[in-house]
Design a protein around this ligand. Structure first.
Ligand SMILES: [Mg+2]
Length: 374
C-alpha cells in the first residue's frame, strides 16, 4: 500500500454556547482546524486532524494547509503508511516544529495501518492496559458566578473530576478555586491550570494559598522560557506540578526530568507531533519515576479518537491518578464524525472499529468547511 495524496480540509467549528473557554492564553470561541484525508493506492483513506491555535504552537489553519500540501505531501507520497515509524522520520526530516500538522499525518497513518489489518489502533500500540479512561471537565478562567455555574453544570451531569483555569488575576484565581471547591465538596478532585500565566513569585504565593483547597495538581504555573523557574516553584509547594506548555518534545521532557521541574508530564498526540511522540515522552517519564496525564487542545472526533487509543494502551498515562482531558467534542457544536465517541461523564472509551474507529461525517464537513480559504 502506498500513499498517493494528502487532502487537507480547513474547517471552522464554533464552541457550544456557554462552553466557550478562557485561559491565560486568551478566549477560545471557535476552532479553525484542518482535517486530513490520506489517500492510498489500495483505496483506503486514513483520517487525521490538526487542532491549530496560533498562541499555542504557532500554527495557523492556512499555514497548516500549505505545509501539508507543499512540504509533507512530497515527503510521504509513495511511502507505505503502515510503516508509521518511517512516516514519522520522513515528516520530521521535511519540516521543523509544526507538531500539530505532523500529528495529523501520523494519526492518519495509524488509522490506515489499523484499517489495513482490521485492528483498532490500540492493538497496534501493544494492546490495552485499561478498559476505560477516567476523564475530567474544564472550567474556564471566568468570574466566580460564571465559573460556579459552569462547574455546577458539569457536576450535575455526573462529572467527578474538574480542572479550573487560573493564571490571570491572582486574587480572582484564588476566589474562583475556593468557590468551585465549596460547590464541589470534598469528594470531587480539582486540579488547576495557569497556562504560563503567573510569574514565579506569584506562583509560589498563590500555590501556598491554594494548598488549603486540596488541589490534585497545578499545571504549568509559570512560562516556558526557563524550566528552572518551574523547578523552583515545584520546590516551594506540596501540590504536584504538571508540565504542559513546557513539554512538546522528548528533549524537553528530558530537560524537565534533569531539573526535577515537574511531577507529571501532560502529553497528547497533537502537541507531541503524533502518537509516537507522546509514547517517547511517556517512556522518559516512566524511566524517571514520573507519570503522564492526557492533555488536550480541544480536539474534535478524529484527534480525540487518537488520544483514546493512546490512553488505553499506555500505562504511564496515569488517568486513574490524573484523569484525562478527553473532552474536546463535548465543547464543540460538531465533532465531524458519524458516530459520537463515548465521553463521560466519568469514563471515556476507545472506539473498537479498525484503525481509529471513526468515520468522517461528510455532511458536517460541508457545513463547517472554512470557505474563507482557497
Ligand atoms: Mg494545560
Amino acid at each position: 500500500m502506498k500513499i498517493i495524496a494528502l487532502e487537507p480540509i480547513p474547517i471552522l467549528v464554533p464552541l457550544k454556547q456557554g462552553l466557550t473557554t478562557k485561559t491565560a492564553h486568551g478566549e477560545h470561541i471557535d476552532s479553525p482546524y484542518v482535517l486530513l484525508k490520506v489517500h492510498t493506492d489500495a483505496g483506503l483513506v486514513g483520517l487525521g486532524e490538526a487542532t491549530l491555535a496560533p498562541r499555542w504552537s504557532g500554527e495557523t489553519s492556512p499555514g497548516c494547509v500549505a505545509v501539508l500540501r507543499d512540504v509533507l505531501a512530497p515527503a510521504v507520497i509513495g511511502a507505505d503508511p503502515r510503516d508509521v515509524r518511517d512516516i514519522g522520520l520522513r515528516v520530521g526530516k521535511a519540516l521543523r516544529l509544526n507538531p500539530f500538522a505532523k500529528a495529523a499525518v501520523e494519526m492518519a497513518c495509524w488509522d490506515l495501518a489499523g484499517k489495513a489489518s482490521g485492528l483498532p489502533v490500540y492493538r497496534l500500540l501493544g494492546g490495552r492496559v485499561r478498559a476505560a479512561v477516567p476523564m475530567k471537565m474544564v472550567v474556564g478562567a471566568f468570574d466566580v458566578p460564571r465559573a460556579v455555574a459552569l462547574a455546577k453544570r458539569f457536576l450535575d451531569g455526573g462529572t467527578r473530576h474538574l480542572k479550573v483555569k487560573v493564571g490571570l488575576d491572582p486574587t480572582q484565581d484564588i476566589e474562583r478555586v475556593r468557590a468551585v471547591r465549596e460547590l464541589a465538596g470534598p469528594e470531587i478532585t480539582i486540579g488547576i491550570d495557569a497556562n504560563c500565566g503567573w510569574s514565579p513569585a506569584t506562583a509560589r504565593r498563590v500555590l501556598q494559598e491554594l494548598q488549603a483547597f486540596d488541589i490534585l495538581f497545578a499545571e504549568q504555573p509559570v512560562g516556558t522560557d526557563d524550566p528552572r523557574a518551574l523547578a523552583e516553584v515545584r520546590a516551594a509547594t506540596t501540590i504536584p506540578i504538571m508540565a504542559d506548555e513546557s513539554v512538546f518534545t522528548p528533549q524537553q521532557a528530558l530537560e524537565i526530568v534533569r531539573l526535577g521541574a515537574a511531577d507529571i508530564l501532560a502529553v497528547y498526540p497533537g502537541k507531541n507531533a503524533g502518537i509516537s511522540g507522546s509514547l517517547a515522552i511517556a517512556e522518559i517519564a516512566a524511566a524517571a519515576g514520573l507519570c503522564c496525564s492526557m492533555g488536550s487542545n480541544l480536539e474534535l472526533g478524529i484527534a480525540t479518537a487518537a488520544m483514546l487509543h493512546l490512553a488505553v494502551a499506555c500505562p504511564t498515562i496515569d488517568s486513574e491518578s490524573y484523569p484525562g482531558d478527553l473532552l474536546g467534542p463535548l465543547y464543540h457544536e460538531a465533532d465531524m464524525i458519524t458516530e459520537r465517541l463515548t465521553l463521560g461523564p466519568e469514563l471515556a472509551l476507545a472506539p473498537e472499529g479498525p484503525g481509529l474507529g471513526v468515520e468522517l461525517d461528510e455532511d458536517q464537513v460541508e457545513r463547517f468547511r472554512d470557505r474563507s480559504q482557497p
